[in-house]
Ligand binder design. Structure first.
Ligand SMILES: Nc1ncnc2c1ncn2[C@@H]1O[C@H](COP(=O)(O)OP(=O)(O)OP(=O)(O)O)[C@@H](O)[C@H]1O
Ligand SMILES: [Mg+2]
Length: 255
């Protein structure tokens, strides 16, 4: 099953009025892979994630998840995936337990109490069970969002900037948890971050977007070499500045 594609995106385009958020994107993600979507602010990363979750409809192109067409099999697919992002805010006046219980029931989890307890243990949330969600710190909210996103045992977990606004130590702890989950549960992760060191630590492959278009795809090391940059961060800056990577062939032609 080494090369089983769980996500296949072909010719994906999304326009909002006269803004083209995503333009003619094609890529595939393997089962068990940690796949990074990178690019400057406004590059189209969140839009791409929302398209892959069927939260917004493509202007053109197709998305297959688990070999199924997303538009035709949306409900069946959504049972097998989940999203953790800070912009998905949980009701602030409910306790941590109440929030998780609501979602466990929405998802139709068979043994909700056991599942919530297992995940609270994993994410070090047990001592916060009766806290009102609105009083949690950013790091605690991040762990709660992750907990919610794992309730349905997703095969694919979308993580939109899971460590944004966390201090370095808490961010490292979240990465440890994600790696542990990925290794023990074999979950495929689609990950966005503006922290290139984190991307190098977490991602097997990345897709760089700029102005909605794919600019480069490969392992973090391959992209760094292609950009002839000293680091992935330097490669990012080249892409953000020029909207593309000058590869060796283009430079030779220009010469
Ligand atoms: N609902 C919408 N209506 C109009 N324009 C939108 C909408 N959603 C996104 N856009 C535009 O599409 C483009 C891509 O936005 P998107 O949120 O996907 O970028 P991003 O790569 O996630 O950026 P960031 O790093 O800042 O999170 C931006 O120009 C944005 O303003
Ligand atoms: Mg975004």
């Amino acid at each position: 099953m080494a090369d089983e594609w769980v996500i296949e995106v072909d010719g994906l385009t999304k326009r909002f009025g006269n803004v083209t958020a995503v333009e003619d994107l094609s890529f595939s993600i393997r089962r068990g892979e940690v796949f990074g979507l990178l690019g400057p602010n406004g590059a189209g990363k969140t839009t791409t994630i929302q398209l892959m979750l069927g939260l917004t409809t493509p202007t053109a192109g197709t998305i297959r998840v688990f070999g199924l067409d997303l538009q035709r099999h949306r409900r069946a697919i959504l049972r097998r995936v989940n999203l953790a992002a800070t912009y998905v805010s949980l009701p602030t006046n409910l306790t941590v337990w109440e929030n998780l219980n609501v979602f466990a029931r929405l998802y139709g989890i068979r043994k909700p109490r056991a599942k919530i307890e297992e995940l609270m243990e994993l994410l070090d949330l047990a001592h916060l069970a009766w806290r009102v969600t609105g009083t949690l710190s950013s790091g605690q909210i991040t762990r709660l969002n992750l907990c919610k996103a794992l309730l349905n045992d997703p095969e694919v977990l979308f993580l939109d900037e899971p460590t944004a606004s966390l201090d370095p130590e808490v961010a490292a702890r979240v990465r440890d948890i994600l790696r542990q989950i990925q290794q023990t549960r074999g979950i495929t992760m689609v990950f966005t971050s503006h922290n290139m060191r984190e991307v190098e630590l977490m991602c097997d492959r990345v897709l760089f977007l700029a102005r909605g278009r794919a600019v480069a795809q490969g392992t973090p090391a391959e992209i760094q070499i292609r950009a002839r940059a000293r680091s992935l961060e330097d490669a990012f800056i080249v892409i953000a500045r020029d909207g593309r990577l000058h590869d060796v062939a283009e430079v030779t032609e220009a010469d």
